[in-house]
Design a binder for this molecule. Structure first.
Ligand SMILES: Cc1ncc(COP(=O)(O)O)c(C=O)c1O
Length: 455
């Protein structure tokens, strides 16, 4: 009975939270953040009623959350969570499946295998590819690049899993000047070095300049990007693949959010040619709007990913007919995070995913038009869901960002784009409506006027 009432109240609280977030200020108040000190109590010596524990988590924790699940959060590149994915997540938490091994947890393993097939179809990537469901694009980059490291060294006659990198042939690594820091971190984790990379200069949108590609000899890995975190711009992956494959290099694509452009007919031209690459990293917790955390590492040569990730032990059953998910991920034990991907794709279908991507891109263009008409400078070509806006010099722009965050109608963060301070608007949530965009535009323009009046 306790379990029933506990879980029912968790569902009720969660539902009320998601309802209230529509109209709540997006950022938490200073008081709510200050109240988090109430969590800082001694480790309890005795047991408590779990219902009180849940109530405390809600009363102290909920007010200080960022309104990421709501419709007017435009920070970083952060989606919300489609209701069906929250529901699937709750059910999967009740299942509590350790999803590493098919024989032990067949449901989550099979559902992930279907989600893998659907993703390959949706992105039109080679059907023989393998996908690993990992925590996010950081680990998707890591896992894909581990497969790349395996494959290019195998071609050079070296078994990196067995012998490590000591004495191995040197791998040349090429990245764009605008590669995401998590890709660089992944290279560091793999022993390929954060700094010992050849950086290719980029154009004014952050795209690798194809005319500036370096001399390259194998073994080599070339890291491209679709969806620059600031501008949304995409490298010319097709052209880079042709150049790289002539040099026997592996081409990786960091498509944390940009890969979803492939699923939207009006945006797909931006990622034309990605099919020629060898591996792709993406997030489902960004544009597909599943709950944190979920990224996907996709590798054309499934055996390369398996060679980099799989382990064997006498006590671990090997799968026969269906794959062991843990053969394709860095983790052995993990939650079946592909369940939410399956639930999102099963609900949206091709049409729904395309609509989600195209709708959020339309909202981004409306932000750009509205702010440009109000006299502010848009710094990027708004090709996807990212908008960079300057309100004047760095101080003024930073003050406007602070004013918007303080106002609470919506939430946007800042950046410096090619030397110029800018506010970033990333429209990534299923929940954002045209009315939310207009309400947020009004709030942003009002904040800029307030800052101007103070100067
Ligand atoms: C291009 C790119 N790559 C990688 C990442 C890292 O993604 P995650 O935070 O899901 O690990 C991001 C995050 O915004 C990104 O934009």
């Amino acid at each position: 009975m306790l379990m029933k009432s506990l879980l029912e109240s968790a569902a009720r609280i969660g539902i009320e939270y998601l309802h209230a977030i529509q109209s709540r200020r997006v950022g938490p108040t200073a008081k709510a953040i200050d109240d988090l000190k109430l969590f800082d109590e001694p480790l309890p010596a005795t047991q408590s009623d779990p219902r009180e524990v849940l109530q405390r988590l809600h009363e102290v924790g909920s007010p200080a959350t960022m309104g990421i699940a709501g419709p007017r959060y435009f920070g970083f590149v952060i989606g919300g969570a489609l209701p069906v994915t929250v529901a699937a997540n709750w059910l999967a938490a009740a299942w509590d499946q350790n999803s590493g091994l098919y024989n032990i947890t067949p449901t989550t393993a099979r559902v992930e295998q279907v989600a893998q097939r659907w993703l390959l179809e949706l992105f039109n990537l080679p059907r023989e590819s393998a996908a690993g469901f990992v925590t996010g694009a950081t680990v998707a980059n890591f896992a894909s690049l581990a497969a790349a490291r395996h494959a290019v060294l195998k071609r050079a006659g070296w078994n990196v899993e067995a012998h490590g990198l000591f004495g191995a042939p040197e791998i040349s690594v090429v990245v764009g000047e605008e590669a995401h820091p998590t890709l660089i971190k992944s290279l560091g984790l793999l022993g390929l070095g954060r700094s010992r990379v050849v950086r290719v200069p980029v154009d004014n949108q952050g795209r690798m300049r194809v005319d500036a590609l370096p001399r390259l000899t194998p073994p080599a890995i070339v890291c491209t990007q679709i969806g620059n975190v600031n501008t949304g711009a995409c490298d010319s992956v097709g052209e880079i693949c042709t150049w790289a494959h002539q040099r026997d290099a592996w081409v990786h694509v960091d498509g944390a959010f940009g890969l979803w452009a492939a699923a939207a007919p009006t945006r797909a031209y931006l990622v034309d040619g990605i099919r020629g690459a060898d591996s792709w990293a993406t997030d489902a917790h960004k544009w597909l709007n599943v709950p944190y955390d979920c990224g996907v590492a996709i590798v054309r040569d499934a055996e390369a990913l398996r060679a980099a990730m799989a382990i064997t032990a006498e006590y671990l059953p090997t799968a026969t007919e269906f794959r062991n998910p843990s053969d394709y991920t860095p983790e052995l034990s993990r939650r079946g995070r592909g369940v939410e991907v399956w639930a999102a794709l099963r609900t949206l279908g091709r049409e729904g995913v395309a609509d989600l991507v195209e709708r959020t891109c339309r909202h981004a263009r409306r932000f750009a038009e509205g702010l440009s008409s109000a006299g502010f400078e848009i710094l990027n070509d708004v090709v996807l869901n990212q908008v960079l806006v300057s309100f004047g010099d760095a101080k003024t722009t930073n003050n406007v960002i602070a004013e918007i965050q303080n106002d609470g109608t919506c939430w946007c963060g800042g950046t410096v784009w090619q030397g110029k301070t800018a506010m970033r608007i990333s429209v990534s949530s299923w929940a954002t409506t045209e009315a939310d965009v207009e309400k947020s535009l009004d709030a942003i323009i009002r904040a800029a006027a307030t800052v101007k009046s103070r100067e």
